[in-house]
Every structure is written in structure tokens, then in C-alpha cells.
Write a protein that binds this ligand. Structure first.
Ligand code: SF4
Ligand code: SF4
Length: 374
């Protein structure tokens, strides 16, 4: 496998020979199941708290019964799909495994006159489904996990993304800005839950549409591949100091999904709009992070633990500090998203996303957005 590719010049990814693909078993959530260093009663209670009888609601503002009621309801649809084949087939779909809840499509591919026509059609269809952002990049094996995680065996298992699907459609679904603003609270987790729900609905619907057109398509949310580098390559945004994707339209306030396909599509180009330079001087996320999990210095190749990616020069967070904080407060946290100045309401004035391919007005709108951010 080549660790460097020509697209790195456009994304700014600085990848050394020490690079190795990420094994999902080393993700912090997986480690909370098998790694004695991360496993704890608090971690178990944190996950269990996503179901009302175990929610441990308390009197503190934002952590009451109504707050957990909404937070847990927003996860419900995603959880139902996640659990469809969990017991029967050891598949935790959307998190450890690709989605399989698709019907057969048309036997022959629809004859688009060109990739441009196919891409325009796809974008219009995605808008009708409620997509937030959509970009397309080439399949890149560097970002495919070296292995998936088997919940049953608590071991690695082979990835099942076919290598002959040349394109990856990356989607982003925005998280509600007002709910995000309530962090620290259990209520703020509702923004995450609904982000995943919208992700799930759009992923399954768009994947079925592509299959109905006669092409192959596999939909994936947090499973099977690192979504952020694919999103950068698909032109959705840049990576910030907090290690999250920052987009012009929603800042870091979104959830990502991807569809692997052979539908003939136009590739988007990575875009740089000053995130790296802004983060060089802004430390708001580092300062605001309660457990100090976000670095203050320059991007580096330092991997703090097995939960970090090797060989990529970037800002890397301390996954253990972050997760222990979540478990300790019995709710996930998005303080680094809330405080990031690149997610201000002004960005909502920037053109809604997918229409970006529609013409001049949007170009003007993007320019206006950049101006406001400067
Ligand atoms: S989610 Fe919270 S704890 Fe984790 S890095 Fe962001 S601010 Fe820190
Ligand atoms: S808070 Fe500042 S340093 Fe952190 S990601 Fe946002 S812009 Fe970058």
C-alpha cells in the first residue's frame, strides 16, 4: 500500500512511512469493552444510560428526566437499525458494520449520458432526502480500517467493503445548533442523536436509490473506514485542532456517513479555506476542554495511544481523557464543538450545501461566508 498519494498535496495531509491503517478494535468505544485500562462501571453505565430505565436523571440543569427522554429518543431509530442483526449475526450496523437493510435494485445500470449528468442527478435526489452536505472522492484504501471489531468475540474481523467500488460519496448531516449550545448537558446529546438519525435515513435512502438505478452501493456510518480524511478528500472541509472536520457551512457541527459505489460520478476537489491557519492562533477548544484532551501545540506525529492514527502529522486528541470525561458525567460532550468560533450562526447564512454545484449565486454566498469568518 502506498502511504503517500498525489491528492495529499491538495488536502495537506502529511503522511510518513510509519503510517499504518487503523484497526477499529483500538477505537476508544471498542476498548471500553475489551481493554482493562478503559473498561469501568462508569463506562458501562454511560452506554446503559442511553435507555430510559438506566438514565440516572438528576436535578442538575440539562440532566433531568426530560433531557434524557429527548436525548435517548433521538438515538432510537439509529439503535433499531444498529440492532437488526446484532444478536443473530454479530453485526452492529452503522457503528461496527455496514448497513445491510437494502432491497435488490435494478439489474442493469441506468445509462447516464455522462458522469456530470449522473452526479447532478445524485445531488438532486440527495437534497430531496434532506442531505446536509455531499461530496465525492475516489476510494482510498489508506482510510479503510485494517479490520472491523467483532462485539461477540471482542476481536478484530475482516473488513467487508469491496475494493472494486471506485467512488466514495461522503455526506454530512448538521447537528442542531441550539441543542449543541446547551452543553454541558445530557440534552446536548440530542443534537448528536438526531445527527446520526438523519445520517441513517439519508444513507439508506440514497444507497437504495443508487441500487435502484442499477449500480452497486454499500452504506457505512462510523464503521469500516475513517470518515474525516474521506470527507476532506471529497471537499467537505478541513480538520481542526479538535480533530474534527470543519466545514464552511456548519463548522464542526455535523455527523458523517459514506456510500461506496461504482456509479460513475465526478470527483470533488479538496478545499482549503483557512482552518489550519485559524487554528494555529485559536486555542478555544483546548482551553475549554475540561479534561484537557486537545493539544495546544503544533500538529505533530505523536500518537498518544493505540486509539490514535500512526504516521499522520496532525492535531491528535487524547481519546482516553475525552472518553473518561464522558463516562464520568454520564453523557457525551461536545464542548469543543460549541466553543469553536467556526460554527457561528453567521455560517448558517452561507449557502446550504448541496446547492453549491448550482452556480454563481452560491459562489457569491460562499465568498460572503468567508468574509464574515475573517
Ligand atoms: S468532547 Fe469534550 S472532553 Fe472530548 S475533546 Fe471535546 S471538549 Fe474535550
Ligand atoms: S476552537 Fe479554535 S482552535 Fe479549536 S478547532 Fe475551532 S477554530 Fe480551531
Amino acid at each position: 500500500m502506498t502511504c503517500k498519494k498525489p491528492i495529499d498535496k491538495k488536502t495537506g495531509f502529511d503522511i510518513s512511512e510509519a503510517f499504518s491503517r487503523f484497526d477499529q478494535r483500538n477505537e476508544i468505544y471498542c476498548r471500553s469493552e475489551w481493554d482493562e485500562e478503559i473498561k469501568s462501571k462508569k463506562a458501562t453505565a454511560f452506554f446503559g444510560g442511553h435507555y430510559m430505565p438506566n438514565a440516572r436523571a438528576r436535578k442538575a440543569d440539562g440532566f433531568g428526566q426530560k433531557d434524557y427522554a429527548l436525548r435517548n429518543a433521538t438515538w432510537h431509530v439509529t439503535n433499531v437499525l444498529r440492532d437488526l442483526r446484532r444478536k443473530s449475526d454479530d453485526r452492529k450496523e452503522g457503528f461496527f458494520d455496514t448497513f445491510t437493510a437494502q432491497d435488490d435494485g435494478w439489474p442493469e445500470p441506468y445509462d447516464f449520458s455522462s458522469p456530470a449528468e449522473a452526479t447532478g442527478n445524485l445531488r438532486r435526489a440527495a437534497v430531496s432526502m434532506g442531505v446536509g452536505l455531499l461530496g465525492v472522492c475516489e476510494y482510498d484504501e489508506r482510510w479503510i480500517y485494517s479490520a472491523r471489531y467483532s462485539e461477540r468475540a471482542q476481536e478484530s474481523k475482516p473488513v467487508d467493503i469491496p475494493e472494486d467500488l471506485p467512488y466514495v460519496i461522503v455526506i454530512g448531516e448538521p447537528m442542531d445548533i441550539d441543542l449543541t449550545a446547551t452543553v454541558p448537558s445530557a440534552l446536548s446529546g440530542s443534537a448528536t442523536g438526531m445527527g446520526y438519525t438523519h445520517d441513517t435515513v439519508v444513507l439508506l435512502t440514497l444507497t437504495q436509490y443508487i441500487r435502484n438505478l442499477g449500480y452497486r452501493a454499500v452504506s457505512s456510518m462510523n464503521d469500516s473506514a475513517l470518515p474525516i480524511p474521506l470527507a476532506v478528500q471529497a471537499g467537505l472541509g478541513e480538520v481542526g485542532r479538535h480533530s474534527l472536520l470543519i466545514t464552511e457551512e456548519y463548522g464542526p457541527r455535523l455527523r458523517l456517513g459514506k456510500i461506496f459505489t461504482d456509479m460513475p460520478l465526478l470527483i470533488d476537489q479538496p478545499k482549503r479555506f483557512g482552518v489550519r491557519e485559524f487554528c494555529d492562533v485559536c486555542q478555544r477548544c483546548s482551553s475549554a476542554c475540561p479534561p484537557k484532551a486537545i493539544p495546544t501545540g503544533e500538529p505533530s506525529r505523536t500518537a498518544y495511544s493505540i486509539s490514535n492514527l500512526n504516521g499522520v502529522k496532525k492535531w491528535t486528541t487524547f481519546a482516553e481523557k475525552c472518553f473518561r470525561f464522558w463516562a464520568g458525567q454520564n453523557s457525551d460532550c461536545s464542548i469543543c464543538i460549541r466553543v469553536c468560533p467556526l460554527q457561528s450562526r453567521l455560517q448558517q447564512m452561507v449557502q446550504p450545501p448541496v446547492a453549491k454545484s448550482c452556480g454563481n449565486e452560491v459562489a457569491q454566498c460562499h465568498a460572503a461566508g468567508r468574509h464574515l469568518l475573517q
